[in-house]
Design a protein around this ligand. Structure first.
Ligand SMILES: CC(C)(COP(=O)(O)OP(=O)(O)OC[C@H]1O[C@@H](n2cnc3c(N)ncnc32)[C@H](O)[C@@H]1OP(=O)(O)O)[C@@H](O)C(=O)NCCC(=O)NCCS
Length: 137
């Protein structure tokens, strides 16, 4: 299940082709260096993100964590859950040997949350869309 991101128009389940998502999910769970972290209320998914841990030849060989796809369920935003989820992900990255945690966002509200957590803006982000029909990510 993927939570709505609050920007792209919500799609009806019947309009979404599940196959590419399933393929991506299966590829992710087969790898040890990527974790899908979910926040649950009972059996309901209320928050999620993806954490990728990558060894790196720069910065003295520092392992890095990359956080992507941060989502809290729409009706539960603004109550501290995103902060809890991110705090957990940072601790998890640290426990897996990361010396740095990185992410990108183009959403000013989300940027405020990340800055409050101690992230600082360093680089200019670029993306190259290999396919012309790629999503705006
Ligand atoms: C960003 C997001 C994960 C934060 O989760 P959250 O549970 O609302 O976060 P918290 O309650 O811990 O913190 C609230 C802060 O989140 C940020 N925020 C971003 N979008 C928000 C939203 N739609 N509603 C409320 N807060 C939001 C704000 O900085 C807010 O703090 P503020 O009081 O300074 O405005 C969540 O709002 C969300 O899923 N948004 C849609 C998807 C998205 O933007 N993901 C990030 C992409 S990089």
């Amino acid at each position: 299940m993927i939570l709505d991101d609050g920007v792209n128009p919500p799609q009806r389940p019947e309009d979404v082709d599940p196959k590419p998502y399933r393929r991506a999910f299966e590829a992710i769970v087969a790898r040890d260096d990527i974790e899908l972290i979910g926040m649950w209320a009972g059996d309901e998914l209320i928050g999620q993100l993806q954490l990728t841990v990558t060894p790196n030849l720069t910065l003295g060989g520092a392992t890095r964590g990359l956080i992507e796809g941060v989502r809290v369920r729409g009706d539960l935003r603004g109550r501290g859950l995103g902060t809890q989820l991110m705090t957990y992900a940072i601790a998890r990255a640290k426990s897996k040997g990361c010396r740095l945690v990185e992410l990108t966002t183009r959403r000013p509200q989300a940027a405020r949350l990340y800055e409050r957590l101690g992230f600082c803006q360093t680089h200019q982000g670029f993306k190259y869309h290999v396919q012309s029909d790629a999503f705006e990510a």
